[in-house]
Design a protein around this ligand. Structure first.
Ligand SMILES: NC(=O)c1ccc[n+]([C@@H]2O[C@H](COP(=O)([O-])OP(=O)(O)OC[C@H]3O[C@@H](n4cnc5c(N)ncnc54)[C@H](OP(=O)(O)O)[C@@H]3O)[C@@H](O)[C@H]2O)c1
Length: 328
């Protein structure tokens, strides 16, 4: 089968190629998916550049979310049937014609949901939902501030806020040429990252921000703390720049500020609590099927185009969510 193979760590697309590799065989409790579409994520880039904990080894086939049909079932796997349309979390290996998944992390596709949109659901949409709800404790009317607002997860959060009852959405982007994309994604106010950011957020949200969603490690944490309202929540869910995050602020600052700092990792959740991850996937697919959530994706027409998309993401030039059509 064809798969996207990262040969060794690299900052560029030069060590990524589409190769013929052996098709995976499902073990007990696993199944394989004939991949129709696979999601492309910034986390693939973190694996490519060799950030610790992202690639399981080299060469590495990236890809953490797929949609397609069940191709084969591992021993003792009775919950699915061959040919059934599904979406699945994968532990790498999703950017391939066939991907293996734990059946606990596979969800049947509801009618009316395309595989292109469904392939953005396991990692991107489920992360956006859990950031806002289970971790971020979003309440209708809250003011939400999000860094990297014009990207995949950023655009999904902007669309979830109205679906969850509505609130004020303030998006932050890294460059002025991303402002329009963030506005189009639904952010009410869009600010550009820079030394004046905290002041600009305070001007836009005089009562402070109720929920901050931050994938930038701890590099923006001082801003997050400066703009959070009393009883505000700050959720750290990535480390886009790489490097070692700084220690969190002393307890006194959180106690005195009536603030909570939390963290989120979907890959840890799929390992530690697969039922919670699968439940989130089921919820987002149902929202899409019920047309309560409108999702836009940019479709790449073959695995051959993925390395260039990874490079766009690595250079901070991506816009919205990319998925790839894998089916031969
Ligand atoms: N915790 C989880 O389970 C989980 C799940 C999915 C995604 N994530 C994280 O969520 C973030 C968004 O993911 P995505 O796939 O939707 O990506 P994306 O937002 O479409 O693209 C990544 C964005 O990160 C920002 N960025 C900040 N520092 C960067 C750097 N040093 N190099 C390149 N880009 C940098 C850029 O936007 P700006 O310059 O505009 O900020 C860039 O566009 C990523 O950081 C990812 O790791 C976490």
């Amino acid at each position: 089968m064809r798969a996207l193979v990262m040969i060794e760590p690299s900052d560029g697309p030069d060590r990524t190629q589409v190769d013929k590799v052996d098709e995976p065989v499902p073990g007990p409790g696993q199944l394989t998916v004939e991949v129709a579409h696979a999601g492309i994520n910034f986390i693939d880039v973190m694996a490519r550049r060799g950030d610790p904990g992202y690639a399981s080894g080299w060469p590495y086939v990236p890809g953490l979310e797929v949609a397609g049909t069940v191709r084969s079932l591992g021993a003792g796997n009775t919950g699915f049937s061959v040919g059934q349309p599904v979406a699945a979390f994968t532990r790498g290996g999703g950017l391939a014609e066939v991907a293996v998944a734990e059946s606990a992390l596979v969800v049947p596709l509801p009618g009316g949901v395309s595989t292109a949109v469904a392939s953005a659901a396991p990692l991107m949409l489920s992360t956006a939902l859990l950031l806002l709800t289970d971790i971020g404790r979003f309440r209708p009317g809250d003011t939400v501030l999000m860094h990297s607002a014009s990207g995949g997860v950023g655009g999904a959060v902007a669309r979830f806020v109205p679906a969850l009852g509505g609130g004020r959405r303030i998006g932050v982007v890294g460059r002025p040429d991303k402002v329009d994309a963030a506005r189009a994604a639904g952010w009410d106010t869009v600010l550009v990252r820079g030394p004046e950011l905290a002041g600009a957020v305070r001007s836009a949200a005089r009562d402070g921000v109720d929920l901050v969603l931050d994938p930038s490690g701890t590099t923006m944490l001082d801003v997050d703390l400066a703009v959070a309202a009393p009883t505000g929540r700050i959720v750290l869910f990535g480390n886009a720049g790489g490097g070692t995050p700084e220690p969190l602020p002393p307890a006194g600052r959180l106690i005195g500020g009536n603030l909570a700092i939390g963290g989120f990792s979907m890959s840890s959740l799929t390992a530690a609590a697969p039922a919670s991850a699968a439940d989130a996937l089921r919820r987002v697919l149902d929202l899409v099927a019920d047309r309560a959530l409108d999702v836009e994706v940019t479709e790449i027409d073959s695995l051959d185009g993925v390395a260039a998309v990874h490079q766009r993401l690595a250079e901070g030039q991506g816009s919205g969510k990319y998925v790839v059509s894998v089916a031969a």
